[in-house]
Design a protein. Structure first.
Length: 242
């Protein structure tokens, strides 16, 4: 991998990992194995992002509705995969060598098992002083919840400060994603033609994102496919409405 191949990298890449269950069904195996295989691909993507020098990578681990409306068996298996993944991540040398700050965004403390919450809190604390890279997991998240939370916080502050000026900077301050740069590249697996519910995924940060829809489901989207998506982005011209 030549360094010259990776000029003009996107600053922030976000991934919506769709298609784990369909991948498993088509192979005639249990759906939880699709989620497990997807977790393996997430590891490949994180390592590729570190190798390429990406500043910020965000990964959607599930909306609030994903984790409250699906079968108890599937959700229990997902929680088990989360716990295993975060246990491994907290021991990953690359996170410390590359000074990666890990954040987990959403209402996850309300829904994840106690052990998993404790592991995540430990991981967040262990990396909170890191300044060079950012790795974000969006779990039990809904963009509408995030926006309502921000609006309510602004209203509360407005009652104390009658001269409060409400603008985009103030709103960003109260978003759960505060501190993250805008998403340059949004990758969604699982087919661009498949109807889906995005649950307002990072709606504030994805307003001007470039979109990339790879062929295949998430368990097919490993290191090679991730790098292909980055190269595709580099060949585009971002006009941003101009």
């Amino acid at each position: 991998m030549e360094k010259n191949d990776f000029k003009n990298l996107p600053r922030h890449v976000a991934i919506v990992p769709d298609g784990n269950r369909r991948w498993a069904r088509e192979k005639g195996i249990a759906e939880w194995r699709g989620h497990l295989e997807g977790a393996k691909k997430t590891k490949e993507q994180v390592q590729a992002a570190l190798d390429l020098g990406l500043e910020c990578l965000s990964w959607w681990g599930g909306s609030w509705s994903n984790l409250t409306e699906r079968s108890k068996t599937e959700v229990r298996n997902l929680f088990s995969i989360y716990e295993k993944y975060f246990r491994q991540l907290i021991k990953a040398k690359g996170i410390y060598q590359h000074q990666v700050r890990v954040r987990v965004i959403g209402r996850w403390p309300e829904i994840l098992p106690k052990k998993c919450v404790e592991i995540i809190e430990k991981l967040i604390k262990a990396t909170q002083s890191h300044k060079k890279r950012m790795l974000n997991f969006i779990i039990a998240y809904d963009g509408r919840d995030e926006m309502l939370s921000a609006i309510n916080s602004i209203l509360k502050q407005g009652r104390k400060d009658k001269k409060l000026k409400v603008d985009s900077e103030l709103l960003e301050k109260f978003l759960w994603t505060d501190g993250l740069p805008p998403v340059d590249l949004l990758i969604r697996t699982g087919s661009s033609s498949d109807p889906h519910n995005s649950a307002g995924f990072m709606m504030w940060l994805t307003a001007n994102s470039q979109l990339y829809f790879p062929k295949g489901y998430y368990p097919d989207f490993g290191r090679r496919e991730f790098i292909k998506a980055i190269k595709n982005y580099q060949q585009r011209e971002r006009r941003l409405g101009r």
